[in-house]
Design a binder for this molecule. Structure first.
Ligand code: AHR
Length: 493
């Protein structure tokens, strides 16, 4: 049986602009996230440009990645940037204490990251070391990256880069409540003020300072950070991961039951409550919404794949992940007035990745396809949607089966994204769009035979977008029949 959802798109009452940075990525020195996934080195037999994998670079360029966060994560608060500059064969190596205890070669450092970001057309969001670094070390790193002249600029030039880099965002540590130093919020707020004071960039340029944010529903963290340091920062993070189970037993990435699926989606929808409540606290201290709520880590976190290093966080990515991605992006865009950057964790080979690699092979995950399908929402203007959705439930997990957003693109085109989470029943959606004269609706759909369908190396893709023919536009009303467990993105013309 097909269920029915009806609603209205308030095309005449546009909302906030969807900052393209909502679609940003996170790349940490973790597992094969950088080494093997992005960087193989010039000597590799895997085709590369100056050491970066050609296949991965091309896929990321096609995704229009707005911005990448680097080098961590937990890695950031033990990272000493000087170890990652200069001739590669002279760089010190060390143990990656957070992730698998493997040797960090420092082959990928500041120059390699900044060059990579430019190669894929993305901005840089660099996270500094508050945990075991000094304010001087952090200040000098910022100067090294951005100064047009001086000793550090000369050193940068000697290392191959004369022009200063653009540094639109800088993180004042990461998870200061945990791996970043196990601090209490008042102390973290004081350190944020202190370290932030010395993040100075050349006149005429701007670097937004992003404070280390709360762990999920730790609202007190946001309260204290905003109260004590809100006037000194431009953004504050929040991290929330979707685990089907708990930290001890998270659950597998594939081969799960429908109840696991429903529980996962229900837990991911908690993002709505988190963003709403953290925003409400920020509103108290910053009613003008100057400070960005940056969800700078989010995504699914499963048990690692069998026989892989538990410290590498390597997991498969299925149709369930695609639906998780779409639901979260829809939440972020509805809060686009406050949420102006998010970073899914992580870009390649780690957690909810866009891309998985195995030696010279690469697959694009279902999550990649959602980000790719949503490209037209970057910098678009929200058109609020009021929707009456039927319910999907399994065991005690109950949620609306249809999630919808609409926006007017920077190119003037109206786009509608529709997700049907119900794995068993199609949904007939009917949306009236006030004042819209479009006569056609075309787009693509992402779905598959099973909720854990995924793309395997060396096989035809099981989850890949195809043209969608189930939508019509007539008399100002959009009608679309969404297949069960699908994501559809439409353009109205
Ligand atoms: O993304 C993996 C880890 O999760 C990050 O390093 C850390 O910030 C978070 O706990």
């Amino acid at each position: 049986t097909t269920v029915t959802a009806t609603g209205t798109v308030k095309a005449g009452a546009p909302g906030a602009t969807i900052d393209r940075r909502i679609f940003s990525q996170f790349a940490e020195h973790l597992g094969y996230g950088i080494y093997g996934g992005i960087w193989v080195g010039q000597g590799s037999k895997i085709p590369n440009t100056r050491g970066y994998r050609n296949d991965v670079v091309a896929a990321l360029r096609a995704l229009k990645v707005p911005l990448v966060r680097w080098p961590g994560g937990c890695f950031a608060d033990e990272y000493h940037w000087r170890e990652g500059i200069g001739p590669r064969n002279k760089r010190p190596t060390k143990v990656n204490t957070n992730w698998g205890g493997v040797t960090e070669s420092n082959a990928f450092g500041t120059h390699e990251f900044m060059d990579f970001a430019e190669l894929i057309g993305a901005e840089a969001y660099v996270s500094g070391n508050v945990g075991n670094g000094t304010p001087a070390e952090m200040a000098e790193w910022v100067e090294y990256m951005t100064a047009p002249a001086g000793t550090l600029a000369d050193e940068r030039a000697k290392n191959g880069r004369k022009q200063p880099w653009k540094l639109p965002m800088f993180g004042v540590g990461n998870e200061l409540w945990g791996c970043g130093g196990n601090m209490k919020p008042d102390y973290a707020a004081d350190l944020t003020r202190r370290y932030g004071t010395f993040i100075k960039v050349p006149q005429g340029t701007r670097t937004l300072k992003i404070a280390s944010g709360a762990n999920a529903e730790d609202y007190n963290w946001t309260e204290v950070m905003m109260r004590e340091a809100g006037g000194h920062i431009d953004g504050i993070g929040v991290h929330y991961y979707t685990l089907p189970g708990d930290w001890a037993k998270k659950g597998p990435a594939t081969g799960f039951s429908e109840e696991d699926y429903a529980r996962t989606l229900s837990k991911t929808l908690k993002m709505e409550e988190l963003v709403t409540k953290h925003s409400a606290i920020m509103d108290k201290y910053d009613p003008g919404k100057r400070v960005n709520l940056a969800v700078d880590e989010w995504g699914t976190w499963y048990d690692v794949e069998p026989n892989t290093n538990p410290g590498f966080l390597y997991q498969q990515n299925s149709l369930r992940d695609a639906i998780v991605a779409a639901l979260n992006i829809n939440i972020f865009t509805r809060h686009a007035d406050r949420v102006r950057m998010t970073n899914i964790a992580q870009m390649v080979n780690v957690l909810q990745a866009m891309i998985l690699t195995k030696e010279g092979q690469m697959v694009l995950t279902p999550t990649y396809h959602v980000f790719e399908m949503y490209k037209g929402f970057q910098d678009a203007t929200v058109l609020p949607v009021e929707l009456k959705s039927p319910w999907y439930n399994n065991a005690q997990w109950v949620m609306p089966s249809v999630s919808a957003i609409a926006a007017r693109g920077a190119d003037g085109v109206i786009r509608v994204a529709l997700t049907n989470v119900d794995p068993n029943r199609p949904a007939a959606v009917s949306l009236t769009l006030d004042g819209v004269t479009a006569t056609g609706a075309t787009g693509r759909v992402l779905t598959a035979a099973t909720i854990d369908a995924h793309n395997e190396f060396g096989q035809a893709a099981a989850v890949t977008p195809v043209a969608f023919t189930g939508a019509q536009m007539a008399g100002g009303t959009l009608s679309a029949t969404l297949p069960a467990k699908s994501v559809v993105v439409l353009e109205l013309r």
